[in-house]
Design a protein around this ligand. Structure first.
Ligand code: ARG
Length: 457
């Protein structure tokens, strides 16, 4: 049996299987670098405030730095008996520098320690997610720039509605990701707070300098209340919520890529490197990566619900339940990281089948609104023109043709306001290019929007 670092008031040791149930080292070892950084700052503060000597601090810091090097080379060995990353590192430190290592934990608890670790961890992760989203937006913009005048059907209710520029469709996602990026950026100000020095829950009698520790760790500010400092996990819930939104946006985009790459649409082709074959059907090329991202979205939602549920009903301050924050969090981080990079790669290597998009808009009724607007421009009230065009569409459906195939006489019979230019008006390209209201799909409006978008990346 290993003697526990908190073993003083215990007369009996827990059995191994009980220890294993309580331990978090199998997953919180992920926080090793953050934990060591927090300790280095803490020990530096302790000596600056005269709580330990400069010499003791130097020895402890040296030991912590050695551990950091070993951690980076994967040379640290952890034991379940030491429960979590904090106690494992304290044990390893004492092995390294002797009993003076025991001074490190002065004026500190694992409660403020673990909170500090996850704040440091989240700061790093969120900043790197912002970068990743930026990268995806860059790819979106360059794809959109190639396709301002590529036209495809726009849908509502998954029924052909009005033709739109492909660039415009792509850029709709750009703005979703822009909001995601802004939400993550905003969340940084709540992450950028240092809990260290809150102690177990009540602060400490030692003359510590929390602001100094926070500065050493690069935090913008400190928590104002020690109870809140050790028991706040709002920022993790917030992250999982932000991550859920990013995943939802990726998932919707994936759904479109899956539809568009089907035999029925053939609007795009996913590159071979992001698709897989079937073990049985030789002709198959499946959009597996897009499907997986769509599926993994559920995991991230799961993390969000896990965290909310773990926290619900917890009394102040720290409770062991909170150890359950890490696995869902790490899982959300890993899933989001992978999904964003796979998706970006998939988009970068996507083949766009413009001709098929064009073919689609030439054989549908997505120009019907334009026809109604045409009559309005000739002075007919919209309700009336809607009715006239509805009848023309019905007429076409009965003849199994489209509006462009209908002879001019039929137009004249429907309304004397029609003129020969109606056939020009009905071209998909005309339909799209004319919608230049701000934020519309007209080519000019799309080009202007692209310029605005570029200022965001
Ligand atoms: N392993 C714990 C966690 O992840 C660290 C904090 C433990 N604190 C305590 N007093 N048991 O939450």
């Amino acid at each position: 049996m290993t003697s526990k670092l908190w073993g003083g008031r215990f007369t009996e040791a827990a059995e191994q299987w009980v220890d294993e149930f309580g331990a978090s080292i199998s997953f919180d070892k992920e926080l090793v670098e953050e934990d060591l950084a927090g300790s280095i700052a803490h020990v530096t503060m302790l000596s600056k405030c005269g709580i330990i000597t400069e010499e003791e601090a130097e020895t402890i810091r040296g030991g912590l730095k050695t551990l950091l090097k070993k951690a980076q080379h994967g040379e640290l060995e952890y034991e379940v008996d030491y429960e979590d990353i904090h106690l494992n590192l304290e044990k390893l430190l004492t092995d390294e520098v002797g009993p003076v290592g025991g001074k490190l934990h002065t004026a500190r608890s694992r409660n403020d320690q673990v909170a500090t670790d996850i704040h440091l961890y989240m700061k790093k992760q969120v900043s790197s997610f912002i970068q990743q989203i930026n990268q995806l937006q860059t790819v979106l913009v360059s794809l959109a720039e190639e396709h301002v005048e590529t036209i495809l059907p726009g849908y509502t209710h998954l029924q052909r509605a009005q033709p739109v520029s492909f660039a415009h469709h792509l850029m709709a996602y750009f703005w979703m990701f822009q909001r995601d990026k802004e939400r993550l950026t905003d969340s940084l100000k709540r992450i950028d707070l240092c809990p260290l020095g809150a102690g177990a829950l009540a602060g400490t009698t030692f003359p510590i300098d929390r602001t100094y520790t926070a500065q050493l760790l690069g935090f913008g500010d400190i928590y104002q209340n020690s109870l809140d400092a050790v028991s706040d996990r709002d920022f993790l819930v917030e992250f999982c919520s932000n991550a859920s939104l990013v995943m939802m946006h990726l998932s919707r985009f994936c759904e479109e890529l899956i539809l568009w790459s089907s035999q029925e649409f053939q609007f795009v082709e996913i590159s071979d490197s992001f698709a897989t074959g079937s073990s049985m059907m030789p002709q198959k090329k499946n959009p597996d990566m897009a499907e997986l991202i769509r599926g993994k979205t559920g995991r991230v939602y799961g993390s969000l619900i896990s965290l909310l549920t773990v926290l619900k009903g917890l009394p102040l301050a720290y409770n062991k339940d909170m150890q359950e924050d890490k696995e869902p969090l790490f899982d959300a981080v890993t899933t989001l990281r992978g999904s964003l990079s796979i998706f970006t790669g998939m988009l970068e290597s996507l083949t766009v089948r413009k001709e098929n998009m064009q073919k689609a808009v030439s054989s549908d009724f997505s120009n019907a609104t334009e026809l109604a607007d045409y009559l309005v421009s000739k002075g007919i009230p919209f309700r009336e023109s809607h009715e006239i065009v509805g009848k023309l569409v019905l007429n076409c459906i009965q003849k199994n043709i489209f509006l462009l195939d209908l002879p001019f006489e039929e137009y004249l019979a429907a309304s004397p306001c029609f003129e020969q230019d109606v056939f020009e008006v009905l071209q998909a390209k005309t339909v799209v290019s004319r919608r230049n209201s701000a934020g519309g799909t007209g080519f000019e409006a799309v080009r202007a929007a692209l310029e605005t978008a570029k200022t965001k990346i």
